[in-house]
Design a binder for this molecule. Structure first.
Ligand SMILES: O=C(O)CCC(=O)C(=O)O
Ligand SMILES: [Fe+2]
Length: 375
């Protein structure tokens, strides 16, 4: 991996030397210009491995929220509050309210809002400047923090998954292969036994144009299907696999810190806080429908993936600004990065940020259909 530039020996918490690989070139970010968020640049911890994730109890914060959201939407505490419905189906934008200042009642109402609207985009946030400990604490309110099995992360903070594609780590692009488009709708690490609920994505550096993110409503995607197809899907599970991601990482010479898993999740999932049904398959990680013949599974997944990808009337595309933080619910949405900028043109700017991913419930479908897996 020619673009990895350096291996460092840094003292870890217990002062055991930690082998870190930088996924960026120091001279680009620290010598050519001063970068305020250089401490957040991507690294790989190449030695800390983790056992399989254990089951845990989960209670969605949205369940205890006041459904009217009087606290979150109170003009008294946030006189500048401006709430914009981005599309009729998905996406809400909030200005004039700091995530870093929300009390627990507001956070509960926010969890419910994210479940209902799919994605909530906060503008003008100081969240990027409150420090790693407070950022993690904010995430933990919604659920245990996920550590990505292969991703680059922020130094000493594996829970902060790194979002960075630059001229100095373009080997990450190779995984896109020979495809016509860079877009790929997915629900974050949906192969996990208790996959993510809320993801919090913060960009620290935003290009002047390009690098938008799009989200799609899996609730609307389900609702659009005809009743006979809905009834068929209600009774089925599909396999979600972390193996291709781990194998791709190994091929790239990266360290796999947790062994991959495959899980069979219900295709139609009921959100614990809203009771809404959502399609829970995605082109990123769903591999086959259990109990069908191969050709049947391929044809049905192709239909669903095209439905998800082409449904512009239940998608929202968001342009990032300085200070934007996006929060979405992976149980009711899929999303894709839109990598339309040329990372080799310095004037196109730097797109860099971090993702905090919170784990949630073991999926439950219609009639109590549960996820299952081979031990
Ligand atoms: O970079 C982006 O716009 C989104 C990347 C992504 O898929 C994620 O953060 O989960
Ligand atoms: Fe993602």
């Amino acid at each position: 991996m020619a673009t990895i530039t350096q291996t460092e020996n840094t003292p870890a918490a217990e002062s055991v030397p930690l082998k870190l690989t930088l996924a960026y070139k120091e001279e680009i970010h620290e010598e050519v210009f001063y970068y305020k968020y250089s401490a957040y640049l991507p690294v790989y911890d190449n030695q800390t491995s983790f056992p399989p994730l254990k089951p845990f109890d989960f209670s969605d914060r949205g369940l205890v929220a006041n459904k009217e959201k009087p606290n979150l939407f109170s003009n008294e505490t946030a006189p500048e509050l401006k709430v914009t419905t981005l599309t009729p189906v998905i996406g809400t934008e909030i200005r004039g309210l700091q995530l870093s200042q929300l009390n627990d009642r507001r956070k509960d109402e926010l969890a419910l809002l994210i479940a209902q609207r799919g994605v909530v985009v906060f503008r003008g946030q100081d969240f990027k400047d409150i420090g790693v400990e407070k950022q993690k604490e904010f995430g933990r309110y919604f659920g245990p923090l996920h550590i990505h099995p292969v991703g680059a992360h922020v130094k000493h903070n594996l829970e902060l998954h790194n979002i960075y594609l630059g001229p100095d780590n373009e080997y990450r692009n190779r995984r896109r292969g020979n495809r016509l488009t860079t877009t790929g709708y997915h629900s974050d690490v949906s192969y996990e036994r208790q996959p993510p609920g809320i993801t919090i994505l913060t960009l620290l550096s935003v290009p002047p144009t390009g690098g938008d993110t799009a989200w799609e409503s899996q609730t609307a995607a389900y609702a659009r299907l005809s009743p006979p197809i809905q009834a068929l899907l209600d009774g089925l599970r599909a396999e979600h696999s972390g193996f291709p991601q781990a194998e791709g990482a190994r091929r790239d010479g990266l360290f796999v810190r947790r062994e991959p898993v495959k899980t069979e999740h219900p295709i139609v999932r009921i959100h614990p806080a809203t009771g809404q049904k959502a399609l829970f398959v995605n082109p990123g990680f769903t591999k086959r429908i259990i109990g069908l013949r191969d050709e049947e599974s391929e044809a049905l997944l192709k239909l669903l993936f095209q439905h998800i990808t082409f449904g512009q009337d239940f998608q929202v595309r968001v342009k990032w600004e300085e200070g934007t933080v996006a929060l979405w619910d992976n149980r009711v949405t899929s999303h894709t990065a839109i990598s339309d900028y040329n990372v080799h043109e310095p004037q196109e700017g730097l797109r860099h940020g971090f993702r905090i991913t919170t784990l949630a419930d073991r999926p439950r479908g219609v009639g109590g259909l549960e996820s299952r897996w081979d031990e």
